[in-house]
Ligand binder design. Structure first.
Ligand SMILES: [Zn+2]
Length: 633
């Protein structure tokens, strides 16, 4: 046990035991190895260090060894060695210390300078001795090579398998592997149906939050695969969260595709805490491995693509007005909560619901909590803000449009000047080329030909710039005519008419609003039944209005009159269930766009004070078509 290398000078200093496992999993799994590492402490004592001067550095547990930058323990060790405080560094294998060669050689170097020994379970090395130094160097090189080979093999192997769709990973919930490694739908009906429900709910609501709320209202939990070691891979049920639903909707596996490499790990952007490379989602087009129709699907690929677009659109980021979208809530992107100051989002209803969208404060709502900060129907607020906009804009409209036009004109002047300069330069170069050509002796044919070619090139450039210039002038012209100017002025005077015109889209209305309004704050809490609206104009002024909240049931949230009259007609002779079936067969839907149920019909009858006659009357007028095909509804 090369103890001869240990001098009293070494024992007088501290012994450092460096303990490390690369990943948290290794820390848990490789208990034995960890124990062996801690045993090194005893070895240091055996080698002659008093227990009080043996220090264990284990803060790098769970950090990858491929670079020292995020391993504070290694950095501390190096610092102490440089200061000459360390007599010996002990580790399980020399290679454990640093998988990266430059770190390793730096350590050997500084250990050599400060006269520090390096030891593993088997031997003690003195980096000042050429033989030991060589050994340590070889160990480092080997370990790096080993890491490299391992990594390459694993990495390439993974990709090779993935490209064939054979790389196995934990299947998303809803799928089960067969003995041959194929994917089949989970045999558990409940799991499958719950996933179907999620996709269907998103189809209806178009908003993840509404899906979460829907699930919560129905008391439905979501199946989740356990990823921790205990019970790994088994399915448990958990309350629906926003992130779980988003993950499900984003997962291409449910559209039957085998996809590998959805995430890109950028090594130049690392977490400052863990040192791990940050993940960045690749777009669908950039996925390196995408095998469509690899396994049975829950939704069509087209629907998956549509969902991605929907999710992207729903994602209006804070502080960003976002683009005005189609959709009926006119303040989308510029509306803020007057209670907590957060940006409010728009909750659009499915078309079939015939309900106007709401403004909703996201606070405490992000994971579908029951409680929300505040929400209100957009309709009355939009109407009030639109009115205020028209009133405010009309007197200034003329000035604004003139300013805009002046700006356009100024821009054009600047652009024209740039083009003129460019053209002047090109003409000068052409003249120069011509002079050079003229100056050369015509008998020197080779040179003359080359100069002619250059001259021609310059002329070609001049012609091209002249064409561009002429075109730009032509295009600029329409902005500048007096007629256009008058027309636009008139247009801005006609704003109220434009605003209410049927041909004007909501997207255009939003754009108009944003020209004058910076943001709108809503407070529907301070005054019962009222919403306090604050409009922040782009000019810097603020105006306040008070808007009456929409009464419940107001607006289009009504059972279609045709359905109501049919109910009135049929009630005396039919059962509620029969009426519901008949309405559904006729293609009629409830106020919420759903199929009628017995309860629903009963509710309308009670609401309208309708009473039923005895069962005899019902039997007499029984419609034979009622009995057929009714099992479905
Ligand atoms: Zn709020």
């Amino acid at each position: 046990m090369n103890t001869a290398k240990i001098q009293s000078t070494h024992c007088g200093r501290i012994a450092f035991v460096y303990v490390r496992q690369s990943t948290p999993l290794q820390v848990i799994e490789n208990r034995e190895s960890t124990e062996r590492q801690y045993h090194l402490r005893e070895r240091a004592i055996e080698l002659g260090w008093p227990p009080s001067r043996v220090e264990v550095i284990d803060e790098d547990q769970g950090r990858s060894g491929s670079t020292a930058a995020h391993r504070t323990g290694f950095q501390r060790l190096a610092a102490e060695v440089v200061l000459g405080k360390v007599g010996i560094v002990l580790m399980l294998e020399a290679s454990r210390l640093a998988r990266n060669n430059s770190d390793w050689y730096r350590l050997i170097e500084i250990c050599g300078v400060s006269g520090t020994l390096i030891a593993d379970e088997g031997a003690v090395y003195n980096p000042r001795e050429p033989n030991d130094r060589l050994l340590l160097g070889v160990k480092g090189t080997l370990s790096e090579a080993e890491l490299f080979t391992l990594r390459t093999r694993l990495y390439e192997g993974r990709w090779n398998k993935a490209r064939k769709g054979l790389l196995r990973f934990a299947l998303p919930v809803g799928y089960a592997p067969t003995a041959t490694g194929d994917w089949t739908l989970d045999p558990d009906t409940q799991v499958r149906e719950r996933l179907d429900y999620v996709f269907d709910s998103f189809r209806r609501h178009g908003v993840v939050r509404a899906v979460v709320r829907d699930l919560k209202e129905q008391g439905l939990e979501l199946p989740t695969r356990v990823t921790s070691k205990e019970g790994y891979g088994s399915v448990i049920w958990k309350a629906a969260t926003l992130s779980a639903v988003i993950r499900t909707l984003h997962n291409p596996a449910y559209a039957g595709a085998y996809v590998y490499g959805r995430w890109e790990y950028l090594s130049d952007r690392r977490s400052s805490k863990t040192g791990k490379a940050s993940a960045h989602a690749r777009s669908v087009a950039q996925w390196p491995v995408k095998i469509p129709e690899h396994h049975p699907a829950y939704i069509h690929w087209e629907e998956f693509v549509k969902n991605q677009e929907q999710l992207r659109q729903n994602w209006g980021q804070d502080g960003n007005r976002g683009v005005p979208r189609e959709g009926r809530a006119l303040l989308q992107g510029i509306v803020y909560c007057g209670i907590c100051g957060r940006k409010m989002s728009v909750q659009n209803r499915a078309v079939t619901e015939h309900r106007s969208p709401s403004y909703i404060c996201e606070r405490a709502y992000e994971d579908g909590d029951e409680k929300i900060c505040q929400s209100m129907t957009s309709r009355p607020i939009d109407a009030a803000v639109g009115e205020a906009f028209l009133a405010a804009v009309s007197p200034i409209s003329l000035r604004v449009s003139m300013q805009v036009l002046d700006q356009v004109e100024q821009d054009l002047v600047v652009q024209r000047r740039q083009r003129e300069l460019q053209l002047e330069q090109a003409r000068y170069e052409a003249r120069l080329a011509q002079r050079q050509y003229d100056a050369v002796d015509p008998s020197n044919r080779l040179v003359a030909a080359e100069l002619e070619r250059r001259w021609n090139e310059k002329l070609e450039r001049v012609a091209q710039l002249e064409r561009t210039y002429a075109q730009a002038e032509r295009e600029a012209e329409w902005n500048l005519t007096a007629e256009e100017r008058t027309a636009i002025t008139e247009l801005s005077r006609d704003l109220p008419a434009i605003w209410s015109a049927e041909t004007t889209t909501n997207q255009e209305r939003k754009q108009l609003l944003r020209m004058a309004i910076d943001s709108v704050q809503l407070d529907g809490v301070s005054q019962t039944g009222q919403v306090e609206v604050q409009i922040h104009w782009r000019s810097g002024t603020i105006s306040s209005l008070s808007v009456k909240r929409a009464a419940p049931g107001e607006g289009s949230l009504k059972t279609p009159p045709e359905a109501v009259s049919r109910i009135h007609e049929m009630t005396p002779s039919r059962s509620y269930a029969e009426i519901a079936r008949s309405l559904n067969r006729a293609g009629l839907r409830s106020a919420f766009g759903r199929r009628f149920t017995t309860q629903h019909v009963g509710y309308i009858c009670r609401r309208d004070g309708l009473t039923k006659r005895g069962p005899g009357a019902r039997l007499k007028s029984r419609d034979s078509s009622d009995t057929a095909g009714s099992a479905k509804s």
